[in-house]
Design a protein around this ligand. Sequence first.
Ligand code: PGA
Length: 223
Amino acid sequence: MSNLIVGNWKLNPTSLSEAELLIKGVNIPDNDKVEAVFLPPFDYLEELIKKYPNFTWGAQGFHFEDTKNYTWVLVGHSDQRVKLGETDEMVNKKLLAALEDGFNIILAVGEIEKGQDELVVESLKASTKGVSADALNRLNIAYEPVWAISTTEGSDEDTPEHASSVIKELQKILDVRYLYGGSVDSNNIKGFLEKPSISGALVGAASLKPEEFSKILEIASKS
Ligand code: PGA
């Protein structure tokens, strides 16, 4: 299975010209071991798709947009779950709609506090209710412990051992491609990808630095 590396730019950069500088600086290894997907702010997603059709683009959210020139969408990210109060039930509705519309999905799940691993299992079950078996090849699940995300106050790094132990539990529910997310950078990605259960990463802060993100892609293309 190839490694899927997703750059979640969140609300950055703040202008199209900066976004262009960023994407022009990224080097994607030319082999089929790694796939790169970029999730820029929606404001200039369409423009980037038009200008840089050789890159794979996706949206960070799903509900409010009406244009669909992109093929990927992130559903259930903690920014939406925690800050906007999105419930598993809402995530589930979005996920089913996005699958119905033919998107490739990155579905994010993860516990808020350290030590709440069993909640992730419940959240995944509720978020994926009713997903049909023939849609599973378009579903990628990113395990992102919220306490390990760089923007979480007092965030703490997760270990590959812990992440893979949770993902192994999630695999019992759905056997799809699993990514890890939470302060992933070029120093720690190798350890995560060495775990057989982890086949990619959802990268926030480090995806805004073209050299750093290129290094991550390079490592992923050899893992
Ligand atoms: P981070 O963000 O890599 O900056 O921790 C990950 C995410 O929020 O998807």
